[in-house]
Design a binder for this molecule. Sequence first.
Ligand SMILES: [Ca+2]
Length: 286
Amino acid sequence: MLNGMRNLASAVLAAFIWLTGTPADAMCRTDAVQVTTIARDDAVREIRKDHRYTQGLIVSDDVIFESTGQWGRSGLYAIDRETGRSTELAGMDDKLFGEGLARLGGRLFQLTWRSGMAFAYDIAASQGDSLPAPKVFRYSGEGWGLTNMQERLVLSDGTDTLRIIDPEDFSVDDRIEVSLGERRVDRLNELEMVEGLILANLYGEALIIAIDPATGCVAAVIDARPLVADMQEALRQIEDPVCGGGCNPLDFVLNGIAYDPDTSELFLTGKNWPLILVFGNPLALP
Ligand SMILES: [Ca+2]
């Protein structure tokens, strides 16, 4: 069961946003913000997987797709949601750093961090484990997270503003400025559309916010600090060939949010985590 700790968590979150966010143009109500706290024990199951520098995660039918980052290690993977077995679908040039991932129709869109390039893979045209060469799109600024909202894409770039993207040419149709109370919320990172709300984790924080796309207001918060503490303890138990115990903590942050609307399950992972954790009914949405 998920534990509601509304009052305590609200105070902590309000303090966090107050200290870091810039003033918002419009006031968002905070009294109705629902806060849900999750720990590893709340997961209904765990999927063991190879650990990589996860940057984007989605679920589509029986497959989990993962975009990975880092120079020389970026790529696109398919993960069997029952066995956790990974298949590399596409690599990435060593000069590119993989970021967010979204599916729209028969295409997978993958961002890069600072290269202004997005790749669109036609997964319907895939043959076996290989994908045809992607179509390349260009955009300005950085690319962090990506998700789909109806027929368009939503892109984060580490700021407090989301861009609504036309998937046919990557032009910007609109922008969403995200606020909690009187403060903007920045460092918006990995995204996932869940029941009409845009979930976003805040880079470097064990927090996921749910954004009302119509207003930019935070409607709910998932406080994943207990989960991340549990996972950091678990990660100390495993030998880490990526950085041999000398890792920067930012190499292990919560990063990777996927949602299966058919089962109402939320899939969470982190950078270099060897697990995907599956949670039921994440927000107890009204
Ligand atoms: Ca996602």
